[in-house]
Design a protein around this ligand. Structure first.
Ligand SMILES: [Cu+2]
Length: 332
């Protein structure tokens, strides 16, 4: 095989391998968000990438330019073996990266706090502040092996592997897991937030456009992981009300026995609706005491604290975390 045909062959192979990259452009959900938080995260990705390209593009271009311009025999008068220092070059190679790092650092600092999942929203979307008196919708998320349980405490309903969100309504997700560490991730809505057993993490987000998409766990958790996905329905208020009514009409109740049975590892779980949910089920899920006889972690901790005679105060795990000035870090 000649060098020529070898190169051509590999060029063709590379081109063929690149085709799916372009075709897959239509489901790059991270780049096509429908929620304000995910949109700001997308913009952050674009700005950070753009700033880094300010270094990468000139460097890659200069590699080629230097190779062509200073190659042997091309430009003999430019050959300067005594060269050691140029203040101009030093200024350029130090100042530009420092400026870029400064800008990146400032943007990262601001957005890290602004897009903190624990921080309540201050707008519905760009230029649309949250109307005074708006109460966010609370949805409690429980990651199980291998399905997602969504509890709507105000509506008294729950669903499995199906999440309906009214558009332009701020949502407060309270998130936990029953056995493994998962991440709650709806790419069009917002970034990933850890779901951990015995703990509660949080996410404030809002969906701005109607439509059906999906979410999953960003953490691999074993056999049933691949099908541990949920449908995400973005609907208007009327659509949400009728969805709630539909779920409410289900005769199934998420009582203790039902919850314990649901928590048993299972795969490819279909969508389920529960028309009735005990109000304390999520608090018990976080404290891992839904099963009859299981001691609640918050109670155990309180008793332990009293036994020591220590003055730890009230160490409720789920109770007041939402209002904590220093909530447990969501990302670690
Ligand atoms: Cu943790």
């Amino acid at each position: 095989m000649t060098a020529q045909t070898f190169t051509t062959k590999w060029a063709k192979r590379l081109a063929a391998a690149a085709v799916p990259l372009f075709l897959s452009g239509c489901d790059m959900v991270v780049m096509n968000p429908t929620g304000d938080i995910a949109r700001q995260q997308r913009d952050l990705i674009l700005v950070a990438t753009g700033l880094m390209l300010l270094v990468i593009v000139p460097v890659l271009t200069l590699i080629v330019v230097f190779a062509l311009r200073y190659r042997k025999g091309k430009n003999p008068q430019a050959y300067d073996p005594g060269f050691t220092h140029s203040t101009r070059i030093e200024l350029v190679v130090w100042s530009i990266p420092l400026i870029i790092i400064g800008i990146l650092g400032a943007i990262t600092w601001v957005t890290t706090h602004k897009l903190d999942p624990f921080r309540p929203l201050d707008r519905i979307s760009y230029g649309r502040p949250i109307p005074a008196g708006t109460k966010p919708l609370e949805i409690d998320v429980v990651a199980m092996d291998w399905k997602w349980l969504f509890i709507y405490p105000e509506q008294g309903i729950a669903s499995v592997n199906e999440l309906a969100l009214p558009i332009d309504v701020p949502v407060t997700f309270k998130i936990t897991s029953t056995s493994q560490m998962n991440t709650f991730y709806a790419p069009t809505l917002a970034g990933m937030v850890y779901a951990m057993p015995g703990m509660q993490s949080m996410l404030h987000a809002v969906l701005n456009e109607p439509g059906d998409t999906w979410g999953y766990s960003g953490n691999y958790t074993g056999a049933g992981y691949t099908d541990m996905r949920f449908q995400l329905h973005g609907v208007d208020q009327a659509g949400f009300d009728s969805w709630v009514a539909k779920v409410k009409s289900s005769p199934d109740t998420l009582n203790t026995e039902r919850y314990v049975a649901l928590d048993v590892p299972s795969e490819k779980v279909p969508v389920m609706h529960f028309g009735n949910v005990p109000p304390d089920i999520f608090l018990r899920a976080v404290n891992q005491c839904v099963a009859p006889g299981a001691p609640c972690k918050n109670d155990v901790m309180r008793i332990d604290a009293t036994k020591d005679g220590a003055t730890h105060g009230d160490m409720t795990m789920a109770g007041d975390m939402a209002n904590d000035a220093h909530p447990m870090d969501a990302g670690h």
